[in-house]
Design a protein around this ligand. Structure first.
Ligand SMILES: *[C@@H]1O[C@H](CO)[C@@H](O)[C@H](O)[C@H]1NC(C)=O
Ligand SMILES: *[C@@H]1O[C@H](CO)[C@@H](O)[C@H](O)[C@H]1NC(C)=O
Ligand SMILES: *[C@@H]1O[C@H](CO)[C@@H](O)[C@H](O)[C@H]1NC(C)=O
Ligand SMILES: *[C@@H]1O[C@H](CO)[C@@H](O)[C@H](O)[C@H]1NC(C)=O
Ligand SMILES: *[C@@H]1O[C@H](CO)[C@@H](O)[C@H](O)[C@H]1NC(C)=O
Ligand SMILES: *[C@@H]1O[C@H](CO)[C@@H](O)[C@H](O)[C@H]1NC(C)=O
Ligand SMILES: *[C@@H]1O[C@H](CO)[C@@H](O)[C@H](O)[C@H]1NC(C)=O
Length: 449
């Protein structure tokens, strides 16, 4: 029955591409998230999760896999034939991909090569977040993410409809339209065309709020000088974006005891934490600073500080931070070449799609995040405590993100009873958890009472 529907739909539209298969019904796991304002608090929104198209079963009418290890050239001798023959199917989220939700929580359990998912709204489009002059907050449990694994949460300037078109019947509901600042060439379908030989890359601006395991974490804007998704070919794919980005990794920036599983770490990765990221703008609306706070055990923890030659102490990503870091650590200048923070901000102004993934790199370790990346004698090459001895394939990994919320600056997190909520040089939240109020003591101190 299922088969005959698929066969007839394939035959009915021979020119169609990126079709939908019907072996497994696509049931998006539901998830809630919140939008917040300072004066009205937070409102719960109902969304759902969809699995990226590349992770899905792509098959012929008879159920043969079109891409067992790269495309099968007998089934897919060229893009048109492949698109006419192959369909993207629904996903068994929990069983095959280890993806489950519960209320506001999303858990990814590593198995079968991890997963990459997106947040959908109630019209089956990707939620298009606008975070300029706003903050984005989530809780995360990284305690079970070991060396060489990465539980990531980031923004990509993907098409909100996933590129739904005459040649793409699947769209956002089936997780199409992925792009990022690496301009990946391994995407099976690019704008409705089957990327049989991997000649097409899919580039877009990317803002990594969270790339982390229990040992290291990194916050990274990756600007590209393109608007929306841009499909590249050949050498051009290496020229449009900043794949390394201007990252802030507390370990790399010299504070090896700020984030980690040790009792002496300031942010303790054995426990759930809240991660706040603020996108501050200047008077002209240009992105001027990306600021990070953690909240754990009711305590607001500002990001670690770094002193870079010629700069006052800084704990947020600013243009000065990026330029100084490039000079001091001899990092690539691609960030500034591609428009830097200003370009990142222009992209975020247009809107961003939320991507959450769990992946690993067991070949050489994920050293750019958590180990030694480069010549040990050079400053800044140590990104975390992981070594080759810590990279093993037999580790179960899982990550849980929950309570995703977005809103005005200072609207998504609050201070606890007796916590500081204002005063000169104070930078944390100025809202107090109910039923407390922020009470002025003196110009240097206000307190939640
Ligand atoms: C590719 O498809 C052909 C035709 O269906 C099949 O005979 C062959 O075994 C497939 N190759 C692989 C590697 O799956
Ligand atoms: C879902 O979350 C609720 C509230 O946190 C909890 O009581 C319940 O056990 C969870 N359900 C599952 C299946 O994990
Ligand atoms: C995708 O293809 C459509 C035409 O089918 C075109 O209008 C659109 O610009 C293309 N998108 C990208 C990102 O190239
Ligand atoms: C993007 O930047 C590269 C430099 O890496 C430059 O060669 C290219 O012309 C720029 N493209 C656009 C559209 O500005
Ligand atoms: C690491 O950060 C914490 C919290 O900001 C600070 O108290 C500590 O002195 C820093 N340690 C180093 C070595 O910079
Ligand atoms: C990495 O391996 C070394 C040597 O076995 C061990 O001492 C260390 O605790 C491991 N670190 C992590 C983060 O697993
Ligand atoms: C957020 O709170 C901090 C600290 O109280 C304050 O300095 C800042 O101006 C507030 N920002 C906004 C937009 O309210």
């Amino acid at each position: 029955m299922m088969l005959s529907i698929l066969v007839s739909s394939l035959l009915a539209s021979p020119a169609a591409a990126q079709q939908i298969g019907t072996f497994t019904p696509e049931v998006h796991p539901p998830i809630t998230y919140q939008t917040c304002t300072r004066y009205s608090g937070c409102t719960t929104q109902q969304g759902s999760i969809t699995l990226d198209a590349n992770y899905r079963y792509l098959h012929t009418a008879s159920g043969q896999t079109c891409n067992p290890a790269g495309f099968n050239k007998t089934i897919c001798p060229d893009a048109d034939t492949c698109a006419e023959t192959c369909a993207l199917d629904g996903a068994d989220y929990a069983g095959t991909y280890g993806v489950t939700t519960n209320g506001s929580a999303l858990s990814l359990v590593f198995g079968n090569g991890g997963a990459r998912v997106y947040l959908l709204d109630d019209t089956d489009n990707y939620v298009n977040f606008h975070v300029m002059n706003h903050e984005f907050t989530f809780d995360v449990d990284v305690s079970n993410v070991p060396c060489a694994y990465n539980g990531a949460l980031y923004f990509s300037e993907m098409p909100p409809d996933g590129g739904l078109s005459a040649t793409n019947a699947a769209g956002a509901a089936y997780g199409t339209g992925y792009c990022d600042s690496q301009c990946p060439t391994g995407i099976n379908f690019v704008n409705g065309t089957t990327n049989v030989d991997g000649t097409l890359g899919s580039c877009c601006n990317e803002m990594d709020l969270w790339e982390a395991n229990s040992l290291s974490t990194q916050l990274t804007p990756h600007p590209c000088n393109v608007t929306g998704e841009f499909i590249c070919t050949g050498a051009e794919c290496g020229d449009l974006c900043d794949p390394a980005g201007c990252e802030f990794n507390p370990f790399r920036m010299g504070n090896e005891s700020f984030y980690g599983p040790g009792a002496d770490d300031i942010v303790d990765t054995t426990k759930v934490m809240t991660v706040v990221t603020q996108f501050l703008t200047d008077n002209s609306g240009t992105l001027s600073s990306i600021k990070r706070f953690y909240v754990q055990d009711g305590k607001v923890i500002p990001n670690s500080m770094v002193t870079l030659a010629g700069l006052p102490e800084v704990n947020s990503i600013t243009s000065d931070y990026c330029t100084a870091k490039m000079a001091v650590l001899d990092d690539s200048t691609a960030f500034n070449v591609h428009g830097g923070l200003e370009q990142m901000g222009q992209s975020l102004s247009r809107g961003a799609v939320l991507v959450i993934s769990l992946w690993d790199d067991l070949s050489g370790g994920m050293t750019w995040l958590d180990g030694l990346a480069g010549d040990a004698s050079q400053p800044g090459t140590l990104r975390g405590p992981c070594t080759a001895a810590n990279v093993t394939s037999d580790q179960a990994a899982s990550v849980t993100f929950s309570n995703i919320r977005v809103g005005e600056i200072n609207s998504t997190f609050s201070q606890v009873h007796f916590g500081q909520c204002g005063g000169q040089f104070y930078e944390g939240p100025n809202l107090c958890a109910e039923p407390f109020e922020c009470v002025f003591s003196n110009p240097y101190y206000s307190q939640c009472l």
